[in-house]
Design a protein around this ligand. Structure first.
Ligand code: SF4
Ligand code: SF4
Length: 281
């Protein structure tokens, strides 16, 4: 019997190391394995029901690499349901979106309906296929999907959003949880924390202090209606994370005994300003 709930995977991007254990666990469960009436086995190649998107930010010498696990979002306003004929894609009472492997045969248009690009075409079976949130396991009383079980860092947490005592409810309440690409307007059930934003980084250098790192220098950033402040670390490096897109910022670097510097920056991408040289007064 289907339990009334709203199931989610809470994905903490900061904890994902890109180890691919979730992807491998998913493939191991679904490659060539049928679970009627939930899903049919998928082929070995070209199906990524759990994708790991690599996001490169910044530039040398301060590049960053982030990993975003990406299963089906189990949208509550799902375009795939709209696009399917004869009810071939449906949403269960617990929120899980399922592609019916019998009714969906031959319905290639379902693949293109998904703005998240998480539906894959099985050429041999002429079938659109995707993550089922492991509904076949949950309905048998399993506590969590395969990918969640396999994650060694706790980046994936499964639970019921309608249960106020669940860990996912706590995480959603305590973190700034968000959905991926909210502009799609599909109301995903899958929640994220730590979705990478733009950053501004650099290094403070004292002109008269050759070889010495400019540690503890006050660096502030103002723009987008907020101001932030930090201190350069023992290497003279500084960084501001979580910045807005296409925003004008003023970066100010100041230290006693030195002339302050100001830079105007525009975040069309993450920025490494390089060395910010401070002249003595
Ligand atoms: S992420 Fe794509 S496949 Fe999943 S429910 Fe939303 S529209 Fe459908
Ligand atoms: S919930 Fe199940 S089907 Fe979905 S990505 Fe994880 S292992 Fe794969």
């Amino acid at each position: 019997m289907i339990k009334i709930a709203r199931y989610t995977i809470f994905i903490d991007v900061n904890k994902c190391t890109g180890c691919y254990n979730c992807f491998l666990a998913c493939r191991d469960e679904f490659y060539d394995n049928d679970y009627p009436p939930y899903s049919e086995g998928h082929p070995l190649k070209d199906h990524y029901w759990m994708q790991i998107k690599q996001i490169e930010r910044g530039e040398y010498p301060k590049p960053k690499l982030d990993y975003i696990p990406l299963p089906c979002m189990h949208c509550q306003e799902a375009p795939c349901i709209e696009m399917a004929k004869e009810g071939a894609v449906y949403r269960r009472e617990d929120g899980i979106v399922i592609i019916d492997p019998v009714k969906a045969r031959g319905q290639r248009q379902i693949v293109n309906s998904c703005p998240y690009r998480v539906i894959f075409w099985n050429e041999e079976k002429q079938l659109p296929q995707k993550c089922t949130l492991c509904a076949h396991m949950l309905d048998q009383g399993e506590k969590e999907p395969k990918c969640v079980e396999a994650c060694p860092t706790g980046a994936l947490v499964f639970g019921d959003l309608d249960d106020p005592d669940s860990e996912v409810s706590r995480l959603v309440a305590e973190t700034k949880s968000e959905v991926l690409y909210p502009e799609f307007g599909t109301e995903p059930l899958i929640k994220y924390a730590g979705i990478p934003r733009y950053f501004i980084a650099g290094e403070v250098v004292f002109k008269d202090n050759q070889g010495e790192c400019a540690a503890g220098v006050k660096v502030s950033l103002a723009g987008n209606g907020v101001s932030m402040e930090t201190r350069s670390d023992i290497y003279g490096d500084f960084e501001f994370e979580g910045l807005g897109k296409k925003t004008r910022y003023i970066l100010t670097v100041e230290h006693e005994g030195y002339q302050p510097r100001q830079l105007e920056l525009f975040t069309h991408k993450s920025i490494n300003v390089g060395e910010v040289m401070l002249d003595p007064v």
